[in-house]
Design a protein around this ligand. Structure first.
Ligand code: SAH
Ligand code: TYD
Ligand code: ZN
Length: 407
């Protein structure tokens, strides 16, 4: 049992993914001492229904100078954030001197469009090198973690924000009470707090258990976000399903009573209640699904190895740390993984130590099979790697079940 980070209720554990490393910690050699491991387990709060990790990893271990995730690595995501920024410019940032604050602005993938439109902005981004990329393109980025104290400081110097936005970041923050107090201090009376994160409804349906790792602390539903917002004097007014990253929801929160809740929100909550998303029996079914995927995936990889096939992987994602460490997949089963991120290349994946290479290796060294760790970018990757299939290569996917693509 642990204590809910939102409401202090009791959190009941339903899933144990075992000993796991930091998902974004790519090591330069196998013999280095002191790789950090922790027990990755997930529970559900009996009071507010929030699904969350049982234990948090200290934030400085995850988000630091060398944090290697660069948001602009996907052209689909670049387009997604450009569209999102344009929508804010049209709907929320229309006053005389509008101001948007982004929590987890990373390399500036969203704020770039805001800046080009000449609108006042500030990113909060504690990870040094990714923040520097954004600063190099002229963006204003604060190096602090967003929380109550840093938000109050920014409010004192910059005034109220019309929009506080976070993509794939709010679910990373266990200390959400402090975040909400910070938003309360910073947000204009009619402002909106908007965030988008992987959706528990999609994770259960797609059995995408690899969305669970150190950085993903919370797994939201419209129901749990609605209860959370109400606790802090806010109100959830809209929830929009998004296709990116394997299925997300964008939540829009306003001050209580300030705006009317949308019909889409009412519909999504009714759907969630009908599906019983946070019922323990539904969550136990998910656990059984995950064990089936592990057996199928390891079985397939062992069979291919026995047949003398070459198997590599595509995308050294944070998600894949959970898959490889939970299933025990190392370089004996997957020779190497390719990834476009220079900061990951030439290094080893966390825990299982699979070598990371550049996509050039994928183009030049014909493999029989490629395990698609970056399955959430399948369309983008398969479109640019068509030659792989033409040469007889086949993609292995494990979402929503283990299968060969197109087979
Ligand atoms: N918004 C981007 C980046 C997501 S990765 C996208 O959707 O692609 C999550 C980012 O949040 C990382 O860059 C990390 O450094 C940052 N982060 C983590 N905790 C934070 C906090 N408390 N305040 C601001 N940024 C935070
Ligand atoms: P992503 O799935 O976005 O997130 P996470 O690490 O949080 O699981 O990570 C995608 C990874 O895949 C990232 O390291 C970049 C890499 N990648 C490629 O190598 N090629 C591509 O075409 C794309 C889109 C991503
Ligand atoms: Zn709770």
């Amino acid at each position: 049992m642990s204590t809910c980070r939102v409401c202090d209720g009791d959190v009941v554990e339903f899933l144990d993914l075992g000993r796991q490393p930091l998902s974004d910690h790519f090591r330069s050699g196998p013999g280095l001492p002191g790789e950090f491991f922790y027990r990755l387990a997930v529970g559900v709060c009996g009071d507010c229904t929030m699904v969350q990790l049982m234990k948090e990893v200290p934030r400085e271990k995850m988000f630091h100078e060398d944090y290697p995730y660069y948001s602009s690595g996907s052209s689909v995501m670049q387009k997604h954030f450009e569209d999102t920024a344009r929508r804010f410019l049209k709907t929320e940032l229309t006053g005389p001197d509008p101001f948007i604050v982004e929590i987890g602005s990373n390399d500036g993938v969203l704020l770039r469009t805001i800046h080009e439109a000449g609108v006042r902005h500030l990113g909060f981004e504690p990870s040094g090198k990714v923040a520097d990329v954004a600063r190099a393109s002229g963006l204003r980025v604060h190096g602090d973690f967003f929380e109550e104290v840093s938000a109050i400081e920014v409010h004192e110097s910059e005034g109220s924000a019309d929009v506080v936005y976070g993509a794939n970041t709010i679910c990373h923050i266990p200390y959400l009470k402090s975040v909400f107090r910070g938003v309360d201090a910073l947000l204009a009376p009619d402002g909106v707090f908007v965030f988008e994160d992987p959706y528990l409804g999609d994770i259960l349906e797609k059995r995408s258990f690899d969305q669970i790792y150190d950085e993903h602390f919370f797994f939201f539903t419209a129901r749990s976000v609605q209860a959370m917002a109400a606790r802090f004097g806010f109100e959830l007014i809209d929830a929009e399903r998004l296709p990116v990253h394997g299925g997300e929801v964008r939540y829009t929160i306003a001050r209580a009573g300030a705006r009317r809740p949308s019909e889409a929100l009412v519909r999504l909550i009714a759907e969630e209640d009908a599906r019983g998303l946070s019922d323990l029996c539904r969550l136990h079914r998910f656990v059984a699904d995950i064990h089936g995927i592990r057996d199928d995936l390891v079985g397939l990889l062992r069979r291919l190895k026995d047949e003398g096939k070459t198997v590599v992987a595509y995308g050294a994602t944070a998600k894949s740390a959970t898959v490889t460490n939970f299933c025990g997949i190392g370089p004996d089963l997957v020779a190497w993984v390719c990834d476009t991120t220079p900061a990951k290349q030439g290094r080893l994946t966390p825990g299982m130590h699979i070598p990371v290479r550049s996509p050039d290796a994928f183009a030049t060294e014909a493999a029989d099979y490629a395990l698609l760790f970056a399955w959430n970018h399948a369309e983008e990757i398969m479109a640019k790697e068509q030659e792989f299939r033409r040469a007889g290569g086949q993609w292995i996917l494990y979402v929503p079940e283990v299968h060969i693509a197109g087979a």
